[in-house]
Write a protein that binds this ligand. Structure first.
Ligand SMILES: O=C(O)CCC(=O)C(=O)O
Ligand SMILES: [Fe+2]
Length: 333
């Protein structure tokens, strides 16, 4: 049967740590086994904070491109932070019709990992929009906390201790965060653009996405492509390649894409990637029933076999990121 809707899960008991959390975990487990996408409500992230981030993001993206390029990614160096212009990111070799601001956990230049020049670690390039910096930092902190709670639910849903992932991978998670704007602007003649974002899976453990009311996200479930329309006050969650790898494919990293925006209004989306620590070595979870670690590379968008990967999460991530920003890779890595 074809799924037509993605589940909406009230995670309040999981966030509060009350007895109802096992029932929430069971719902999360069912969604992860079915297609790896679900909405969460009752998440505890302040609606006013989300609204403020939307308003400030519109204010930023409305600036002339020349102004925004003052904070371009090339200036973020190895930290991989900053603004990229429309068409500046590739999926499967083709430009996506979006612009964005790359962010992540704020680390000062004196931090040992930054001193050691660890890629994707460092200070953010905060645009000069009043209140933007504080709002971004507050939002990342709030949604990261939600990420910890959701990973507890995912652990419970697999019959593991709630702190299974925290103990091994996410005590100090790698948090990458993006503000995307999908403008309605027409694609110039001769540019090979098809999607807002082409089909892909996410790389890490769990993605927690806020999208505004415009829509365009679609998910490739076993029953076919279905829309993931905006649901006010919710986040869309989906699992990434590392959870697929750890669970031997029991929890799939589900392909998704975003239609080119032709709505007449800019579309904002804010994905926060809650991922294993850069140095963590990703291992298969022992003893999961039904986990076959089947090589599904022939069906995957990138023709990769995630189960064959072993090593640091950071190395997996860098191999992926350098494909989406080939020019930047040459400049900074
Ligand atoms: O903008 C969206 O709705 C999804 C973005 C996405 O899939 C990603 O950044 O990985
Ligand atoms: Fe994605």
């Amino acid at each position: 049967m074809t799924d037509t809707t993605l589940p909406l899960i009230d995670v309040a008991p999981l966030v509060a740590g009350t007895p109802g959390r096992d029932a929430v975990a069971a719902q999360i487990g069912a969604a992860c086994r079915a297609h790896g996408f679900f909405y969460v409500t009752g998440h505890g992230v302040d609606a006013a904070l989300v609204k403020r981030l939307e308003e400030l993001s519109h204010r930023f993206f409305e600036l002339p491109e020349k102004t925004k390029m003052q904070w371009r990614m090339a200036l973020g160096g190895r930290a991989w932070r900053g603004f990229f212009p429309l068409g500046g990111e590739l999926t499967s070799g083709r430009p996506d019709w979006k612009e964005g601001l790359y962010l992540g956990t704020e680390l000062p230049p004196t931090h040992p990992l930054v001193q050691a020049k660890t890629p994707v670690h460092g200070p953010n390039l905060f645009p000069d929009v009043p209140g933007f910096r504080e709002t971004i930092l507050d939002y990342m902190a709030a949604v990261t906390q939600l990420g910890h709670r959701l990973m507890e639910g995912i652990a419970l849903s697999l019959g593991l201790d709630a702190d299974y992932f925290a103990e091994r991978y996410t005590a100090d998670p790698l948090i990458l965060f993006r503000l995307f704007n999908y403008p309605t602007q027409a694609v110039p003649e001769g540019l090979d653009v098809q999607w807002g974002v082409g089909e892909h899976t996410d790389y890490g453990l769990l993605t927690i996405l806020h999208q505004d009311q415009v829509g365009g996200l679609a998910v490739h479930t076993p029953g076919g492509w279905i829309d993931a329309p905006p649901v006010a006050g919710s986040f869309v969650c989906n699992i990434g390649d590392m959870l697929d790898r750890m669970t031997g494919g029991l929890y799939k990293s589900t392909p998704h894409r975003v239609k080119r925006n032709t709505s007449g209004h800019d579309r904002l989306s804010f994905p926060l990637f809650f991922d294993p620590n850069f140095e963590a070595r990703v291992q298969r979870i022992e003893g999961l029933a039904g986990a076959e670690a089947r090589d599904d590379s022939a069906e995957r968008w990138d023709r990769a076999n995630v189960h064959a990967f072993s090593g640091r999460y950071g190395d997996y991530l860098l191999a992926k990121v350098s494909k989406v920003f080939p020019q930047l890779r040459d400049e900074v890595l």
